[in-house]
Structures are given as C-alpha cells and as structure tokens.
Design a protein around this ligand. Structure first.
Ligand code: NAD
Length: 486
C-alpha cells in the first residue's frame, strides 16, 4: 500500500503529529490503496500559524500582484503535467468514471490561468472628497482562509478556492474530505514545485470532527470557505458565527430540469440523463427532479427510460463506462432507503431501483433509477439523495412549473428546456437559483460565477467576484491641506 508523504505545511510534507495514518478505499475493487495522514488539532495549529506568518509577514506578504499571477500560471503548468496522476487518484477514491474525471482534471489549468490573469487587475478606487483630502481604497488579502472541501470532486473544488485566494494574496489551510485526500495532496505537490512561498498554501488531512472544528474556530483563521452538505454547513456556520468569522457556503441542491412540450425532446432527454446520472448523481448540481409538461409526459418518460437503459455500468477505468460504483456503502444504503420510501409514498418505479442484475466487481453499483408520479412535497422531491435517482413530476402550466421548481429549501441550479425563445429568459427571472441553464445543463467554467441561494449556500466561487471573497477593502484618507509652502 502506498503512503503519502504527509500533510503539506509551511512548504514541507510533514508527518502528522499523531504519527497515525488511515486507509483510503477504492470503491470498485475494495483495495485499501493508500494511507493518508490522520491530522489533529496540533497539525491544524501549525498549518494556521504558517499561513498567518506567510500572509502578514513572510515572503508571500511581499509578493507583487504580477508575481502572484506568475505562480498561478506555473501551477497551471504543473497541474497539466500531473493530470494522469490526479485522474488516477480521483478514480480510486471515488469510483467516478475516467471519461468524466479526465474532463474535469484536464480543465483545471484553465482555472489557474484565469485567476493568473486577474491577479494584477485587482484594484481599488479613488473617491471624491468635499474637503482637501485624497481618498482611495486598497484591496488587501483577507488573511488566512480555512477551506473545507467534499469528496465528490476533490481537486476541482479545492481549485475553486485556491486559485482566487492565491490571486488575492490570501493564504489557505485546506482540509480535503477524508474519503478523497490523495488527489489534493498530489495537487499540493504540483503547487510546491512552483516554489510558491512557504505557508501560502497548506493542506491538512483527516476527519471532519477531528480537524474541521479546530480549523473553523482557530483565532487566526480570518474566513471560512466551505463546500459540502447542508448539515455540516449549518454546524460550521454556527461555529464560525460564534467566533465572528465570515463564511462562504457552497452546499447541496435538489435541482429541477423543467421540460416543456415545445422543447427538442431528444436534446432535453440527453441533458436530463447526463444531469442526473453523471457521477452516479453524486454531485451538487445533479438535476434530481425533472418537471415534465403533461402533454409530453408519457412519451418523455419512455425516452428517459430508453436512454437510462443504454448507460454502461462498469470499471471506472474503462473509457466506455458511464457509471461507476457509488463511493461507499453508506452512500448505497442511504440511496436505497430513499428509493424504497419513495415507492411506499406512491411513486412509480420506471427503471432501476437497486443493484444491477449483471455481476460486477463491486457490490456498490446502483442502477440508474427513475421514479414517476412523485409528489412535489414528498421526501424524494425535497431532500438531496446524492445518488442516481431521478424524480419525475408532472405539471401543466408555466406558473405551476415555477412554483414546483421553487418549492424546496434549495436553490443551486435549474435547467429549462423549451423551443420558445422568450420562455427561457422569462422563467430564469422567476426561478430562485444561483445558475439557470436554458436548453443546456452543467455548463461551468472559471469565468462564470457559481453558488446557491437559500439552503444551497451563500457567496460565489468562480468568476471575477470569487476574488472579492478573499479581499478586504481599506479606505485611506490623505489630507493635503488648503495651501502648501509658496
Ligand atoms: P460533508 O458535509 O459530509 O463533508 C464535507 C467536508 O466537511 C469534509 O471535508 C468533511 O470532513 C468536513 N466535515 C465534516 N464534519 C465537519 C465538522 N463538524 N466540522 C468541520 N468540517 C467537517 O459533505 P460530502 O458528503 O463530502 O459532500 C456532499 C455534499 O457536498 C452534498 O450535499 C453536495 O451537494 C455538496 N456539494 C456542494 C457543492 C457546491 O458547489 N455547492 C459542490 C460539491 C458538493
């Protein structure tokens, strides 16, 4: 079994203070393939101290904006060079198929390059003064960022925090999820190879309850940026609030795809299928509800079943695989319970509903599952399943579709499928979500702001405004007087 070289603290890979490691398991073959350092509060303290020194006193605090941009460009190059290793780590940790993980990893350099370009375009403003002062604002790094990320797309979600934070000149202590830390430590080694000043980026691995809380509550952490589930988010927001720390929260979703009778039904069905069964539904933007107009309901459900039947379940390393195993037994059990309860509540099973009949290497495979006649108020339509389960809900009018779409606590993303050029933009103003896609789904990029409303979170990642999350504004007044020396 491989063992990673340690936490990444102050520019070094170091042994955990406890000396303890834990295994990470490949969900496809059950192989405990790598040992990860089990961090404790002492490791967190060392990482935060190193980050604090870096951002306020050390070499990092003196790096110019253009130098920060240069580091980001170099990180992009190093990530590109390590892409195969990163892809391998993520497949082993999550079971996500190679064809989708490869795309995500090969896109990462674009994020670092986008923020490389932004780094020396961060600027304040000059403000008119009614007296004899020159008044201007400076944009300064927020200080130390405590970043916590989930397992489902570990290096992508880490990148969404690291790249803008580096552009802003902040320093980061990142805690990846315990189920998917290997790829993030590989990312740390890519960053290390650029010679980024010590302490600007630190990675401490371990369990949420053991190191998450010490990180969130540490006096020297100035801002918390969290991506994960709403329950954990609420705990972290409460702890951060009690310690008067601002937060960014990127949480879950119960996102709707709304399909109107006038849509191109083949495109819509492809978008809906990809939107829920990609990553076996284990991603925040999963389109887990599909709202279908009554006039096309039966025909469209048949088309969804057809397409679900064509998905290939298998070894995530095979290029042809569409769906790998679920990431863990806990995921499997939770998803299966949702499906059973939905049927008890009156939903009709159209496809799937359990493990596939064909023999596969792992017991963690779950069929793509489609349930129709789902009550919009039922548990299946309200709670995030985080698995390959699609809830079909019928509607008749545009206003009913909007009402059902908004009828959950979440508000991350939504898809609208229609042939009416005015309907999409009209509905996009009424749907409460951070992103609305019209006749497409899952389009993301470094330049497009990302985030949620309601219980899907607050604050934005990606786009120009993500840098603002890691900056403070300082106002400077410079009195020059009525007259000078004549
Ligand atoms: P999770 O909330 O269980 O874990 C996320 C992180 O929080 C992990 O690093 C975990 O170790 C840590 N953690 C757990 N308990 C903690 C505590 N008490 N204090 C501090 N940290 C703690 O989430 P998950 O199961 O890994 O991820 C799935 C969730 O993430 C889903 O809800 C999904 O929708 C959401 N997600 C959101 C986005 C987004 O951009 N909005 C992206 C990906 C995933």
């Amino acid at each position: 079994m491989r063992q990673v070289s340690g936490h990444y603290i102050n520019g070094q890979f170091v042994e955990p203070n406890s000396g303890a490691y834990f295994e990470s398991t490949d969900p496809y073959d059950g192989d405990e393939w790598i040992e990860i350092p089990r961090g404790n509060a002492e490791d967190v303290r060392e990482a935060v101290e190193s980050a604090r020194y870096a951002v306020f006193e050390g070499e990092w605090s003196n790096a110019t904006a253009s130098q920060r941009g240069n580091y980001l460009s170099q990180i992009a190059d190093r990530v590109e060079a390590k892409a195969d290793e990163l892809i391998d780590c993520e497949i082993r940790d999550t079971g996500r198929p190679k064809n989708e993980i490869s795309g995500a990893i090969r896109a990462l350099p674009a994020w670092y390059r986008y923020y490389a370009g932004l780094a020396n375009k961060i600027q304040g403003e000059t403000i008119p003064n009614d007296g004899t002062a020159e008044v201007y604002t400076r944009k300064e790094p927020v200080g130390v960022v405590g970043a916590i990320t989930p397992w489902n797309a570990s290096t992508m979600l880490a990148t969404w925090k690291l790249a803008p934070a580096i552009a802003a000149g902040a320093s980061v202590v990142l805690k990846p999820d315990e189920r998917a830390s290997a790829a993030v430590l590989t990312l740390a080694s890519a960053i290390d190879e650029t010679g980024l000043p010590n302490g600007a980026v630190n990675v401490v691995t371990g369990f949420g309850e053991e190191i998450g809380s010490p990180l969130v509550t540490h006096d020297s952490v100035d801002k918390v940026s969290f991506t994960g589930g709403p329950k954990t988010g609420a705990t972290i927001a409460e702890q951060a609030g009690r310690n008067l720390k601002p937060t960014v929260m990127e949480l879950g979703g119960k996102s709707p795809n709304i399909v109107f009778g006038d849509a191109n039904l083949n495109n819509a069905a492809e978008g809906v299928i990809d939107g829920i069964f990609n990553a076996a539904g284990q991603f925040c933007a999963a389109g887990s509800r599909v709202l279908v107009q009554d006039e096309i309901h039966d025909e469209f459900v048949d088309e969804l079943v057809n397409k679900a039947d064509g998905l290939v379940l298998g070894n995530p390393r095979d290029e042809v695989t569409d769906m790998g195993p679920l990431a863990s037994q806990a995921q499997f059990t939770q998803i299966d319970q949702y499906v059973t309860k939905a049927q008890e509540a009156g939903a009709r099973l159209e496809y799937g509903g359990g493990p596939p009949e064909t023999t596969l290497a792992s017991d963690l495979f779950y069929e793509p599952t489609i349930l129709s006649d789902v009550d919009p108020d039922s548990t299946l339509a309200q709670e995030e399943v985080f698995g390959p389960v699609l809830a079909v809900i019928k509607f008749s009018t545009e206003s009913e579709a909007v009402r059902i779409a908004n009828q959950t606590d979440f508000g991350l993303v939504a898809g609208i499928w229609t042939g009416d050029a005015q309907r999409g933009p009209r509905l996009s103003t009424k749907i409460r979500a951070g992103t609305v896609w019209i006749n497409t789904y899952r389009m993301i990029g470094p330049q497009y702001p990302w985030g949620g409303v309601k219980h899907s979170g607050w604050g934005r990642e990606n786009g120009k405004s993500a840098v603002d999350e890691f900056l403070e504004t300082k106002t400077v007044f410079m009195e020059y007087g009525e007259t000078g020396a004549e």
